[in-house]
Design a protein around this ligand. Sequence first.
Ligand SMILES: [Zn+2]
Length: 331
Amino acid sequence: MNNIIEIVGEKIEPGSQTPVMVKTSEFYTGNPVKLPLVITHGAEKGPKLFITAAVHGNEINGTEIVRRLNAELDPERISGTVICIPIVNIFGFYSMKRKMPDGRDLNRSFPGIEKGSSTSRIAKLLFEEIISKCDYGIDIHTPRMNRFEIPHTEADIHNEAVFRIANAFGLPIIINTKGPEKSLQNTATEAGIPTIVYSAGEILRFHDNITQKGVDGILNVMHEIGMINVKINKPEFSVIVRESRSIHTKRGGILHTRIHTGHLVYQDDQIGSVLNPFGYEVEEIHAAENGLIICISTNPLVHPGDEVCSYVKLDKSLGMVEDALKNNVLF
Ligand SMILES: [Zn+2]
């Protein structure tokens, strides 16, 4: 049997799912800025897992993932505690923007400073009161604006506990990265709380498939760390890549792409072209190597140097991915 726990001053009974509001800052009006939490405290003892969404305020896919996850969780059948924060960056969520009102990026501000900037103070409170009290973490993101990305995880695979949960999440692509300095992923992992990122989709949109993959991945991780008994759907394979690489335009103009996320491209394939306002092609864009497209630009208006797409390079794993795509099992 589990114990009563105290989180941000609230006493939470075992076998319960409790919504809690925590004051983190104040608006100009003097009204409090309150962070919503949903705490599912299992009937049995076990690890504490945090799930964070909308750390970048316009990346709202995680808000929906958390809603669907919480609807599925039965606290009577859980060992341990799931602490979900469906909207971390309240300011950015209100204004539908990535960053904070002071122009800072909350995801480059952890673990925060008590007497620091307004962003840093929020990071400090969040990290000290919630994150540092957990055993594992999953932080949910989308790419920046005007991008669409296939579901994947980002994790420091050299950290054994991180690799274990990234692998358990169960997506075909794991990007091996510690995450940027002062990001939640990096700071929490460094502090001994193995944390991964689930990234997919685009800003200010819900996609049913992407939401469900997020929920399934979290349930898979919960199973792996002994919190829940669910049947795991594993991918046919997983590819671990060191980084994603980007292709950029050389010319400004109107971009036409010939590629889709989740598709393979081969060296020298034409992936797009840039046209001038008269409709004449001013640049042909080709793939420099074989790869799997994981992210594409959704905005046809480009300057020289804008990103057309990003891909993961495939060498040894190319044949395996080709087979998987033939069987339509990749995404
Ligand atoms: Zn983000």
